[in-house]
Ligand binder design. Structure first.
Ligand SMILES: [Zn+2]
Length: 347
């Protein structure tokens, strides 16, 4: 149990509760204070407990909007079980329009947390020790943030363990989005510092997605993530309404975009202002120009071309144009009509 974070309501209460997680803090301006994170819980009857999370990264607003809307709209009579919603995990980062917390912390790298650490570490410790253990499912909604824009989609990491993978595929498809993206393990990252991985280590059913980005939202992305979130909750059995499927809705089957190949990640080769030259979802061949880097100081110098190393579909484009060497500016993935086709062709 965390000794430094409390919740203003009892997790065993029924009906709808709105309150705060209170993280003990002491600042120059306020010796005795608490840092408050809004939390909503809707409980009715028996069923699973699902934790809905957004704003893990501050400048990813699509999930924060969808989770806030769900907090207001969802009523106990629609629920069978318990839905716990934290619409914005990284409050200060969200207000500032930044990915990271003001202290430099990337909230998705601080798990399982530290009981007496910094605010972010305390919150992560509480989630790992008090919140995840009472949940069956954990949803963590992301997007590209200010620096990137993804094809809005639910997604997953193609893990080696087949049993884990089957569970993750089921959860990814449950969003019922038109596109699902499959990525590889993030390079140079301790996977156990990630929120999802900690929840998974505890045996929880975990799912995520990248629902746009660039630090803003559009009616399209909000509809995709809002509908997807409800579809997931229905499929998981915590909403009384019947589960959706693309077949039932008369929709085309979802596209799979595989971006596991590290060669699909295109990085800036110099500092400058990046220009996207191929639209999101466009097709490129290996060697094609995907973008140009304009020189900050020498507008008379021709821009530097950035090219794709493999053929495929532009799955992620650059959001924030200023780049430095090494910044990912574009991701080329392979498009498939089904997971089966992806496994046959790409393994
Ligand atoms: Zn994120």
């Amino acid at each position: 149990m965390s000794g430094t974070v409390t919740c203003s309501f009892d997790f065993n209460a029924t009906g709808k509760q709105t309150g705060y997680l209170r993280i003990g803090d002491s600042t120059n301006n306020s010796g005795w204070t608490t840092f408050q994170v809004p939390i909503v819980m809707i409980t009715n009857g028996s069923g699973p407990t699902v934790l809905v999370l957004a704003g893990n990264h501050g400048d990813e607003y699509e999930g924060q909007i969808a989770a806030s809307s769900l907090s207001r709209e969802l009523q106990p009579e629609e629920v069978t079980g318990r839905v716990i919603i934290i619409p914005c995990l990284s409050q200060e980062a969200s207000r500032a329009g930044t990915r990271l917390w003001p202290n430099g912390a990337n909230f998705n790298r601080v798990f399982p947390g530290v009981e007496n650490g910094s605010l972010d570490q305390k919150l992560a410790f509480f989630m790992s020790n008090d919140l995840f253990p009472i949940c069956d499912g954990v949803l963590d909604m992301h997007s590209g943030g200010r620096s990137m824009y993804f094809i809005p989609s639910s997604n997953m990491v193609w893990v080696a363990d087949p049993a884990r993978r089957v569970k993750m595929i089921k959860n990814m498809l449950a969003w019922n989005t038109s596109v699902h993206m499959i990525g590889g393990e993030q390079p140079s990252t301790n996977p156990y510092a990630l929120l999802n991985r900690e929840a998974e280590r505890q045996g929880k059913s975990v799912s995520t997605g990248e629902f746009g980005g660039s630090g803003y939202s559009t009616p399209e992305t909000i509809k995709i993530i809002g509908d997807g979130l409800r579809n997931f909750l229905q499929d998981f059995g915590v909403l009384k309404t019947e589960s959706n499927s693309r077949v039932k809705e008369g929709l085309k089957s979802a596209k799979i975009i595989d971006f596991r190949d590290p060669a699909g990640f295109v990085s800036a080769t110099k500092a400058g202002i990046y220009e996207n030259c191929v639209p999101l979802g466009g097709h490129v061949n290996a060697g094609d120009v995907v973008g140009k880097i304009h020189d900050f100081d020498h507008p008379d110098v021709a821009p530097t071309n950035v090219t794709a190393a493999i053929s495929g579909v532009i799955s992620v484009i650059r959001g924030f144009p200023p780049v430095t060497t090494g910044d990912v500016v574009c991701v080329v993935g392979k498009s498939f009509t089904s997971l089966k086709q992806m496994e046959e062709v790409a393994g």
